[in-house]
Structure formats: structure tokens, C-alpha cells
Design a protein around this ligand. Structure first.
Ligand SMILES: Nc1ncnc2c1ncn2[C@@H]1O[C@H](COP(=O)(O)OP(=O)(O)OP(=O)(O)O)[C@@H](O)[C@H]1O
Ligand SMILES: [Mg+2]
Length: 256
């Protein structure tokens, strides 16, 4: 049996965006009103290849806009790649964009059932689990409210609770360390730890470099859609931190 949980080969994803023909904001607005826009492809993930072993905890770091969330969405099967290949072995549970997968008009309950259907869970099993999921997320009182009435922390709690209710083979976690308030964060961290120790393969995207160092075996650093470095967590985080430090501020004498 293949012991790779995730294989990503030469993967690229491009968003279609409006090209600004004039180069100015006002010009772009006028072009749009006149219907004179041109679409161009913007590569958010560009020729990315890497493997994750079963049971491995793999971190992804990089600046805002580096393509981390886009990559996770492609691995989750939510966005189709324009080139390359993704293989994920076993059941996959994404916590991406903290609730980005939810329909705002649907109730919390309906969203849980839809999530289950999207990611291959038995509908009977989901119906049995739905109360437990709401309970764990501490949202039972809000079960029949549309998600648009939730605070962002409540949406995050729902997303985390549904994705981690049953241990998936592969968990895709985008910024889950920011989940909810202080008390809920401890609860979420304890559950994450259980998943990590239980042998699940976990892909973690985070700006919390301490958490990344503490939990991950290997780390990938992305920049502008491409891989900069892949290696042991400590080493890659150190390189990323060094590259992210601002140039030394001007000393007082140099300031006019
Ligand atoms: N729906 C979209 N349409 C067009 N461009 C998009 C879309 N979503 C993301 N992008 C662009 O793709 C690039 C990568 O975005 P992405 O959200 O994957 O970055 P990220 O690494 O997750 O950043 P962050 O650390 O801020 O979460 C960015 O330049 C972003 O502007
Ligand atoms: Mg992101």
C-alpha cells in the first residue's frame, strides 16, 4: 500500500481577473461601465509539487496572498486546478477559510448536513451526529438560525466542530488556531492534538509560527504561488522568519 496521504504534482490554479487596461482606478471603472474589460489569468498556485506521508503533520507558511488557502481549496476538491494532479488517499475533512464552505442563508443544522454530503459522509451518519456537533460547538441554541446571523467566531466554531467530529484520514486546516474565544481555543487545541496523536494526516496553514513549529514535522514555505522551501519545521520557519524581518529602521541621525 502507498504510504503517501497526499500527492501534489505540478499543480497550478489561476483565477480569472479583470485586466485594468488604463492602469488607474478611475479608468478601470470607466472601462467596466463601457464593457471594455479583458479577462486575464492570475496564477495563485504555480507549478507546485510535494508529498505528505500518512500520519504526517505538514505545515504551510507564507505571506498574505502567497496562495496557501487556494492550495488547500484545490486539495479539498473545492477548486479545480487548471494543470497538474492531486491525489488524496482516504476521507478528507477541510476547515478552510473558516466557514467559507457554508451557505449563509442556510441554518447551522442544514450547513452541517450539506458539509457531510460534500465531503462524502453517509447522510444517516450525519443526521445522527448533527446534535452532537452543534452541542460540541456550543451552538445548539442557534441550530435553526441562518449562518449569516452568526458572529465570525461562531462560524469558525461550527466549521471546526463539523470537520473534526469524526477523525478523517486527512484534515486540511486553514488558520484553525484562531478559532473562537480563549476558552473555545483551548478546547479546539485539545481536539487538534487528539487528531495529531491519533495518526491522522494533517495539513496546517497558519501565521502562528509557534504552533507550526510545535506541531509540524515538515513545513513548506510558499511565496507568490510557488514553493520557496520544504524541510524540517524548525529550519523552514527560521528561514521564513529571517526573510520576513523588516529592513533595519532608519536611525535618528539619518532622519531629516
Ligand atoms: N476568488 C478570487 N479571485 C481572484 N483572485 C483571488 C481569489 N481568491 C484569492 N485570490 C488571489 O490569489 C492569491 C492567493 O490568495 P490566497 O487566499 O490563496 O492567499 P493566502 O496565502 O491564503 O493568504 P492569507 O495569508 O492572507 O490567508 C492572492 O493574490 C489573492 O488576491
Ligand atoms: Mg489564506
Amino acid at each position: 500500500m502507498n504510504d503517501l496521504a497526499i500527492e501534489v504534482e505540478n499543480l497550478s490554479l489561476a483565477y480569472e481577473i479583470d485586466r485594468n487596461l488604463s492602469g488607474t482606478f478611475k479608468g478601470a471603472l470607466i472601462d467596466r461601465l463601457r464593457g471594455k474589460t479583458e479577462r486575464e489569468k492570475f496564477f495563485a498556485v504555480n507549478d507546485v509539487s510535494f508529498h505528505v506521508e500518512q500520519g504526517e503533520t505538514f505545515g504551510i507558511v507564507g505571506a498574505n496572498g502567497a496562495g496557501k488557502s487556494t492550495l488547500l481549496a484545490v486539495i479539498a476538491g473545492v477548486l479545480p486546478p487548471i494543470k497538474g494532479r492531486v491525489v488524496v488517499r482516504g476521507t478528507v475533512a477541510p476547515i478552510i477559510g473558516l466557514g467559507a464552505g457554508f451557505d449563509n442563508e442556510m441554518t447551522a443544522r442544514e450547513n452541517i448536513l450539506m458539509y457531510g454530503a460534500l465531503f462524502g459522509r453517509e447522510s444517516n451518519q450525519m443526521k445522527e451526529r448533527v446534535n452532537h456537533i452543534l452541542d460540541w460547538a456550543e451552538l445548539s441554541e442557534h441550530a435553526y438560525q441562518p449562518v449569516r446571523t452568526f458572529s465570525s467566531g461562531m462560524v469558525a466554531r461550527l466549521a471546526f466542530a463539523v470537520a473534526t467530529d469524526v477523525e478523517p484520514d486527512v484534515l486540511l486546516a486553514d488558520e484553525v488556531f484562531a478559532v473562537g474565544d480563549e476558552r473555545f481555543r483551548h478546547k479546539a487545541e485539545a481536539r487538534m492534538l487528539g487528531l495529531l496523536q491519533g495518526g491522522a494526516t494533517v495539513l496546517i496553514v497558519s501565521h502562528n509560527l509557534q504552533q507550526i513549529k510545535k506541531n509540524c514535522d515538515r513545513v513548506m514555505w510558499m511565496d507568490h504561488g510557488r514553493i520557496v522551501e520544504i524541510g524540517p519545521a524548525e529550519e523552514v520557519v527560521k528561514l521564513y522568519e529571517e526573510a520576513s524581518v523588516d529592513p533595519a529602521p532608519l536611525s535618528r541621525e539619518n532622519q531629516v
